[in-house]
Design a protein around this ligand. Structure first.
Ligand code: FES
Ligand code: FES
Length: 163
């Protein structure tokens, strides 16, 4: 049985019919073509499918698409502006926080969720915020460094950012 949902995705209103047991990650990838949200474990362990739901970090393999009805979702495709990387994305590149990239969209959304609530985190804060996101190849040192660097960039007075 299908349900009608209205969901704002990356600032754009969507109007769709979804199966009652359809996962949010499936809706994002297969109906909307937003394949930057990755699928890993599908049991809430790896964080590859992380998105923001009304600004909160969630694992989209644990949310039904119908539960996102009337709410707003942000995916990795909603980061950056006009083809430019945002501060967090740029820091991941500069700090070598990306290797195969499979975990990266989820890491970026987890980092944004942290920096939205705490613009000046220390290393322990970053490690706690990323605890639900698994990376199998880059190693966490560079990823943590990238988030701390992003925080510095975002706190810098306008016009003084390196990028
Ligand atoms: S695919 Fe959702 S947490 Fe692993
Ligand atoms: S960059 Fe490969 S899993 Fe994290």
């Amino acid at each position: 049985m299908k349900h009608h949902v209205q969901i704002e995705v990356n600032g754009r209103p969507r109007d769709d019919w979804v199966e009652e047991r359809e996962l949010l990650v499936t809706y994002l990838r297969e109906t909307l073509g937003l394949t930057g949200t990755h699928v890993g474990c599908v049991v809430g362990e790896c964080g590859a499918c992380s998105v923001h739901l009304d600004g909160a970090l969630v694992k989209s393999c644990l949310v039904l698409a119908v539960q996102a009805g009337g709410r707003s979702v942000r995916t990795v495709e909603g980061l950056g502006r006009g083809g430019e990387l945002d501060a967090v994305q740029a820091s991941f590149v500069d700090a070598y926080g990306v290797q195969c990239g499979y975990c990266t969209p989820g890491m970026l959304l987890a980092a944004h969720a942290l920096l939205d609530r705490n613009p000046d985190p220390d290393e322990a804060d970053v490690r706690r915020a990323l605890a639900g996101n698994v990376c199998m190849c880059t190693g966490y040192v560079q990823i943590v460094r990238a988030v701390l660097d992003a925080a510095r960039r975002m706190r810098a007075p306008a016009g003084s950012e390196r990028r």
